[in-house]
Design a protein around this ligand. Structure first.
Ligand code: ZN
Length: 271
């Protein structure tokens, strides 16, 4: 330890579990990020230099060249200003592209054009070119031969899900369903057929299932019920309520999980 730290005149805070950027590997592809309902959701699939939502920014997220927004609620886009600034300054010359549900593109572009003190970003990147409207069925090319295809989901505002596929595969590696109810996937479970499906699990308590559906969100019980129909290898439960712990999830799960998908609740592991 250095003399200064030894002297007690310099102290550091402790590393807090809730600051972790969680990471999970599926079929050789790493998914990293944070997803907490109402606070922030942002994932990176670094293999394809792609971020999914930008509720917060980080060094890893800033390095991503394409941002696939699922929708414009603040907990999914609040980090976009930081990303635009950090990505265009720290990763000069790299592609800068934001895919957004087509209905929301005009408002986001207008907002970024007048946002105070964003002149550096406006000098470095043509926002009109960087913002790309997307609709269900659209497919775009990503870095390293990946592709992303947009699909419709059922949330309470204009929203898209994104299926990301590696060039040597026909089955998506990771599907990000964004926010939304379980209904489209109950109707067509094969929509989530992938190495990993990242889904909305904003509600976990018994008695809140109707509230979840009315609010345009998924509930833990919905996903447990749908498990036997799903063919994804991993079902990632994202957008969990703030303060959710691994122990809290475990105590709400049945002893015998139906189906074959591995459940991956997106919370810090038990310590
Ligand atoms: Zn939302």
């Amino acid at each position: 330890m250095s003399r200064l730290a030894d002297s007690g005149r310099v102290r550091f805070p402790e590393l807090s579990a809730d600051l972790w950027e969680l990471q999970h590997e599926v079929e050789g592809i790493s998914v990293a990020g944070v997803s907490v309902a109402a606070l922030a959701t942002a994932f990176a699939v670094d293999r394809f230099k792609t971020a999914i939502d930008m509720g917060r920014c980080s060094a890893l997220l800033a390095a991503q060249e394409t941002v696939l927004l699922t929708h414009c609620h603040s907990d999914h886009v609040a980090g976009l200003l930081a990303w635009l600034s950090a990505h265009t300054r720290r990763h000069v010359g790299r592609p800068t592209r934001v895919l957004i549900p087509a209905e929301r593109r005009p408002e986001l572009l207008a907002a970024l054009e007048i946002w105070p003190d964003l002149d550096g970003v406006r000098r470095r990147v043509d926002l009109d070119e960087a913002l790309v409207g997307a609709s269900p069925g659209d497919t775009i090319e990503l870095a390293e031969g990946g592709t992303a295809t947009a699909f419709a989901v059922r949330h309470n505002t204009a929203s898209l899900g994104w299926a990301i596929t590696a060039d040597d595969h026909s089955r998506p590696a990771v599907i990000f369903a964004g926010d939304g109810t379980v209904e489209p996937f109950r109707d067509v479970p094969s929509m989530l057929d992938a190495g990993a499906a990242v889904v909305d699990c904003s509600f976990i308590d018994p008695g809140t299932r109707v509230a979840a559906r009315l609010g345009g969100h998924g509930h833990l019980a919905d996903w447990i019920e749908l498990l036997p129909e799903l063919r994804c290898n991993n079902l990632v439960l994202a957008h969990l309520p703030p303060e959710t712990t691994a122990a809290g999830i475990l105590e709400r799960l049945p002893d015998d999980l139906p189906g074959r998908a591995i459940l991956v609740p997106w919370v810090a592991p038990p310590r």
